[in-house]
Design a protein around this ligand. Sequence first.
Ligand SMILES: NC(=O)CCC(=O)C(=O)O
Length: 266
Amino acid sequence: MKIGLVQLMVTDDKEKNLRKAEKFVRIAAEDGADMVVLPEIFNCPYDNAYFRDFAEEKFGETWQRLSRMASDNKVYLVGGSIPVLNCGKLFNTGYVFNRQGDEIHEHSKVHLFDVNIEGGVRFMESETFSPGTTFGVFDTEFGKIGMGICFDIRFSEEWLKMEEMGAIMCVVPAAFNMTTGPAHWELTFRGRALDNEMFMVGVGPARNMDMSYHAYGHSIITSPWGEVVDQLGFDEEVKVVDIDLSLVKKIRDQLPIVNKRRENEG
Ligand SMILES: NC(=O)CCC(=O)C(=O)O
């Protein structure tokens, strides 16, 4: 399976962000991508001050254009996430489309990024967003794929549940930062991959020093063996990476953890 990592540099111009996403999805498709993944909050700066103004209702302009990007290029598209307005509340929501442009999955970030790290990043996502409530998987001809958004990755039990739902890979539109990125980004992606013996795909925005939040970039794919298959740098880039999904069964057969957990009866 070929995965297109779109490490977009997000600006405060929504139309520019969307046009760039359209261009990069086309480039990834021309390079053979089966699935293309965009970053968290890709049409809007990652900043509480912007979320309400940039928000759209479901089936709005961004949803329509994502659906067209998928169908025009005949790829699965994990459309990162965008601020979505639903009954007066804002959610950090990502949509997934099949090769025909039909929506096949929706995930609203469950664990909101509320942190205050001394000498580092402070962000209170819950000042604007409401949390989603569920995780799930979607079907492709390659197998079942799970999804979470950024901070969700830190809650290891959710990924175990998706593995139990049959996931062989999970995708994570994300936007780590210059405090937690260098410390924890690779480690968490390797960890979730190893815990569940599956592929993990994380896509973040490129670093943009003109914005208040300095994203870490470093879009990554980790393998069921816990290794880094590929990892980008800080800059804007689109890259297609070939992964061998047969590794999931091979490693689960040889080193059986999945389906071998015993209940703690203590
Ligand atoms: N956008 C986010 O959820 C950021 C999460 C993050 O940086 C982390 O360290 O976790």
